[in-house]
Design a protein around this ligand. Structure first.
Ligand SMILES: [Zn+2]
Ligand SMILES: [Zn+2]
Length: 188
């Protein structure tokens, strides 16, 4: 079998995706993804690079948004907490609560969503439960469970948010490195 790109060259391997012949030169050009996908022909290699680039581009975008929101809300939160303590603000407790919620709300929201998901799965398995309230019969929607999860998540978020900001910053620089690596590796 010969290479699908270089008809004159002997193929040394088959493309793991389309089965086309891959010569030594093509194999060395597409070696970047070999450890993850096996030997690829130039066409499949380029397609894989495009898919991977999309993935890392999206990852970078998500991390950036989360990081920017987190930095802003965390700084605001710390400002509320420290500001009220330093200035002996008359409603210090309220200011501190607002500050804590600002610092940890992103994590709190994630935890609340976990509770929501667990509730939905429970409903799928056993059907909805109904409760009798002042307004009649209502579907149970795990209101308090979500509140409790939000509060726990928020408290954890006060400590975890700066760590997540660092993790995201590292993630963004990794994404950037992969993206530039893929851009230069693409075969024209
Ligand atoms: Zn192929
Ligand atoms: Zn070739």
């Amino acid at each position: 079998m010969n290479c699908s790109k270089h008809i004159e060259s002997q193929a040394i391997a088959k493309c793991k995706i389309c089965g086309a012949g891959v010569c030594k030169e093509c194999a060395s050009k597409t070696a970047l993804l070999k450890s993850d996908f096996g030997v690829l022909c130039p066409d499949c290699f380029n397609k894989k690079l495009d898919l991977l680039s999309d993935f890392y581009w999206e990852d970078k975008r998500k991390r950036k948004i989360r990081m920017i929101i987190s930095i802003i809300t965390y700084c605001l939160g710390i400002f509320f907490i420290l500001g009220s303590i330093i200035s002996h603000y008359y409603d210090m407790v309220l200011a501190i609560i607002i500050g804590v919620v600002l610092c940890g709300f992103y994590t709190g929201l994630t935890w609340r969503n976990v509770a929501q998901q667990a509730h939905e799965e429970e409903e799928l398995r056993n059907g909805p439960t109904y409760v009798i309230t002042e307004d009649g019969i209502e579907k149970e929607d795990a209101f308090w469970m979500k509140i409790v999860f939000f509060v726990i998540g928020t408290a954890i978020g006060v400590i975890y948010t700066p760590i997540r900001i660092i993790i995201d910053a590292i993630g963004i620089s990794k994404d950037k490195r992969y993206l530039s690596e893929f851009a230069t590796a693409k075969i024209k």
